[in-house]
Design a protein around this ligand. Structure first.
Ligand SMILES: Nc1ncnc2c1ncn2[C@@H]1O[C@H](COP(=O)(O)OP(=O)(O)OP(=O)(O)O)[C@@H](O)[C@H]1O
Ligand SMILES: [Mg+2]
Length: 240
């Protein structure tokens, strides 16, 4: 068993923690069939990884067994950004290595000190991961995770660049679309929603993220949240 610590997991301001907490609670209302949840966005840098990992953290702290799966196989920075370090001397193998290898998924999943709080980061980025995402091992991994955890949070590449996102979406129960406030246009959001529809991946909700504050702060203090309803700065709407 490979145990790790996230040595650089940041403490969030109270308001942001609250917004994520409400998102967590609303995910609970989506029903028992929603397990594999893709966290995706249109463009790079909108906050997919941030939302995916903090949502996972909130879930496990609330006692709901969940796994964070890094499916950004081209440009992931999860290992360094969150300072994932092995507690023993065991080498960490990530998503792309699992997909290209022949180990059983249960032998590569990493455990944290929270019971039911497991993860699989991507350690080695690859230039063309399409074949890996199309392999039966990817599907098997998702099925294994859905059987063994209440939620699988899948940190994905952006939809606008390559088809990886659509491929991942086609195997998920639904997607949370992260939209960066003031950066991503309505048309781009519309296109992303269409792409998800084409992939057969229901849109579970939209998170308005990284909203610039009117008081000069980089991130809006109340952390804009939008979820399955209509826009509202700092507000949060329950799912349909
Ligand atoms: N709500 C937020 N509050 C504070 N910082 C944030 C927030 N959302 C994202 N960030 C920061 O913004 C940067 C980009 O976020 P992140 O890496 O999660 O984006 P991404 O959509 O996963 O990007 P990529 O497409 O490159 O994978 C990171 O430094 C992250 O810590
Ligand atoms: Mg990311």
């Amino acid at each position: 068993m490979n145990k790790v610590t996230l040595t650089k997991m940041p403490e969030l301001p109270y308001a942001m923690e609250e917004a994520l907490n409400r998102l967590r609670i609303n995910i609970g209302f989506l029903g028992n069939d929603i397990k594999k949840i893709m966290v995706v966005s249109t463009l790079p840098n909108e906050g997919k990884s941030f939302i995916a990992i903090h949502l996972w953290e909130q879930m496990i702290k609330a006692g709901t067994p969940s796994v964070y799966l890094d499916a950004d196989l081209r440009k992931s920075i999860t290992m360094t950004k969150y300072g994932i370090e092995s507690d023993g001397k065991k080498k960490i193998e990530g998503t792309s290595q699992y997909l290209a290898g022949n180990k059983h998924i249960k032998d590569v999943i990493l455990h944290t000190d929270i019971e039911g709080g497991d993860l699989l980061p991507n350690v080695e980025n690859v230039v063309n991961p399409s074949m890996l995402l199309e392999s039966h091992r990817f599907e098997e991994m998702l099925d294994y995770m859905a059987e063994n955890y209440r939620y699988v949070f899948i940190d994905s590449p952006p939809l606008n660049l390559v088809s990886d996102g659509e491929r991942i979406g086609s195997m998920c129960d639904g997607a949370i679309l992260v939209v960066r406030g003031g950066e991503t246009s309505r048309n781009m959001v519309r296109n992303s929603i269409q792409m998800l529809e084409r992939a057969g991946c229901p849109l579970l909700g939209i998170v308005l993220n990284r909203v610039k504050g009117s008081k000069g702060g980089y991130y809006y203090k109340r952390y804009g949240g939008y979820y399955g309803g209509k826009y509202g700065e700092g507000e949060y709407y329950a799912s349909k």
